[in-house]
Design a protein around this ligand. Structure first.
Ligand SMILES: C[S@@+](CC[C@H](N)C(=O)[O-])C[C@H]1O[C@@H](n2cnc3c(N)ncnc32)[C@H](O)[C@@H]1O
Length: 266
């Protein structure tokens, strides 16, 4: 793993997403496992595919991709998350870097994926244009974002953090801005991609008990930002309130979540 980090959003996001990297890797990341599997099935990921996972976090998607025989590289802002990714996939090349300035040559990859990552770049449009630049012409780019909030139980866990955050800049897009299909397609077109298929993958979040749920939820960069502004207790209290109706008789929690995926041609 190399350690050059250019000073864009990555510098701000690294401590937010990596502050509780183990909790992210052990609890929260796996809530998306079925999304990685469904996406790789849909993309027909095959051995020998040159795959970049942009905003790879702790590397679960990279691990699944390597398991299917792809030649995987991963890039993320957080050294703590990358260290876990490298442990999990020793054969993959992970880089510390910035989504808006990918350190790869033009036309390098057959597949570039962004599992809930492009939207966290300071300028998501630039990040996606970078994904297109490093993809081979005709190669595939996958954008994954939140599913539509209507009917998604976990949307309330996301919304509850809004009042605990510093006020957003005027006109800043909300967390569900890309969940709208026309907006998601327009996002791809804006980066010079040809949008192909939109599909949703249900991926309910499950926690063995409340303390595990609170640790998992607090490990996201968004929750870390809310905690820095309003305090950890306020974030935990807000999460606990939302989770209460989802408590199962055995003390575990299951809350419905869904992700929206767009495949596009570079
Ligand atoms: C929601 S997490 C998703 C991580 C991983 N793809 C997953 O599915 O678990 C967002 C990731 O984007 C990374 N990230 C955010 N802004 C970034 C930036 N500007 N440059 C590089 N990585 C960034 C964070 O460090 C974090 O790992």
């Amino acid at each position: 793993m190399t350690s050059e980090l250019r000073p864009r959003t990555a510098v701000v996001n690294a401590p937010l997403w990596g502050g509780r990297a183990r909790d992210w890797a052990d609890i929260q990341e796996g809530q998306c496992r079925s999304v990685y599997v469904a996406a790789f099935d849909r993309l027909r990921l095959s051995p020998g595919c040159e795959h970049l996972d942009a905003g790879c976090g702790a590397g679960m998607a990279a691990q699944l991709s390597a398991g299917r025989g792809a030649s995987v590289r991963g890039l993320d802002a957080s050294p703590n998350l990358l260290a876990i990714a490298q442990e999990r996939v020793p054969s993959a090349a992970f880089l510390l870097g910035e989504l808006e300035a990918l350190p790869y040559a033009d036309h390098t990859f057959d597949l570039v994926t962004g599992f809930n990552s492009f939207q966290y770049a300071g300028n998501p449009g630039i990040a996606l244009s970078e994904a297109k630049r490093v993809a081979k012409p005709g190669g595939q780019v996958l954008i994954v974002t939140w599913g539509t909030p209507e009917g998604m139980e976990a949307a309330s866990l996301i919304r509850v953090l809004g009042p605990l955050m510093p006020p957003p800049p005027p006109g800043a897009p909300g967390p569900f801005a890309l969940s709208d299909e026309p907006a998601l397609r327009a996002f791809a077109i804006g980066a010079g991609l040809e949008p192909l298929e939109v599909f949703d993958v249900p991926s309910p979040w499950h926690y063995a008990d409340l303390s595990t749920a609170l640790r998992g939820l607090l490990s996201s960069g968004v929750a870390a930002r809310a905690a820095a502004h309003s305090g950890e207790d306020a974030v935990n209290a807000a999460h606990s309130r939302v989770l209460e109706p989802y408590r199962q008789p055995d003390g575990s929690y299951t809350i419905g979540a869904s992700y929206r995926c767009l495949t596009a041609r570079a």
